[in-house]
Design a protein around this ligand. Structure first.
Ligand SMILES: Nc1ncnc2c1ncn2[C@@H]1O[C@H](COP(=O)(O)OP(=O)(O)OP(=O)(O)O)[C@@H](O)[C@H]1O
Ligand SMILES: [Mg+2]
Length: 237
């Protein structure tokens, strides 16, 4: 067993970071976006990550979600150390275990809500019909059962974000990572997204949400505050 494995994530931890640092290099300058960060997100937790602009929140999600590699340290997903994996294996981990929700929804504009969600079910070994049924169930879960045939441009911002959340849930990921999911939304849309998050949390999925929105942070079970790439305050153990 390597040292990293010995210090690995305990059972019941969905996502963990051990001594994670991330440097960006630009024109001879080095920016440390994350500085020796340790984190254990228990399975089923709903964690809100807050902190001022530039403190490293998006970087943290990218590194936890294996979209970017840490410069130092290790990331564990569902007990597996992912830091040393090849790009192919990382893509597989992302596909099977992680659902991403971004501030801009990245829906495919010529596909309906149902088709946008069904696309994310392609690799699940389901028939086309089963894909559509599952997509419909997910859209009902996010309160859009009556909008399944709408194109993105025929939906409000909050509705589009809920389609994006349904898509993130499609592969039944262990972990959902959301970056400012209510950043572009009005109050009532935000309230609808919060309801969806509460359902996800009640269903036992792990949720890490980066937010500037006090309502989202208040609704979360745990809060973690970043400052200059380091954790300054956390309700996690
Ligand atoms: N690709 C990159 N190249 C160089 N520097 C970067 C890159 N991405 C982020 N940074 C820098 O790393 C730091 C952390 O950025 P990050 O995007 O994680 O902040 P953030 O907390 O998400 O901010 P915001 O609330 O504004 O979204 C910032 O100083 C930023 O300028
Ligand atoms: Mg950000």
């Amino acid at each position: 067993m390597t040292t990293a494995e010995a210090r690995g994530a305990a059972a019941g931890v969905a996502v963990a970071a051990r001594g994670v640092s991330k440097a960006y290099h630009r024109g001879g300058e080095t920016i440390w976006a994350l500085r020796r960060l340790d984190l254990d997100v228990p399975e089923g937790a709903f964690l809100a990550v807050t902190g001022p602009s530039g403190c490293g929140k998006t970087t943290l999600l990218s590194v936890l979600g294996t979209l970017e590699r840490p410069t130092f340290g290790d990331v564990f997903i569902d007990g597996q150390r992912v830091t040393g994996l090849s790009e192919d294996r990382l893509a597989e981990v992302r596909r099977k275990k992680i659902g991403f929700v971004f501030q801009t929804f990245y829906l495919i504009d010529y596909l309906t809500a149902l088709e946008n969600v069904a696309v994310a079910l392609r690799f699940q070994g389901l028939s086309k019909r089963a894909q559509r049924e599952r997509a419909q169930e997910l859209l009902e879960l996010v309160g859009l059962g009556d909008r399944i045939h709408h194109l993105p441009r025929e939906l409000s911002g909050g509705q589009q974000q809920r389609v994006a959340i349904a898509r993130a849930l499609a592969a039944e990921p262990k972990v959902i990572l959301a970056d400012e999911p209510t950043g572009n939304l009005d109050q009532s849309s935000t309230a609808q997204i919060l309801k969806v998050f509460e359902k996800i949390h009640a269903a036992g999925q792990t949720l890490v949400v980066v937010t500037h929105d006090a309502r989202v942070a208040d609704a979360a079970e745990h809060r973690l505050r970043l400052l200059d790439g380091a954790v300054v305050d956390s309700t996690l153990e």
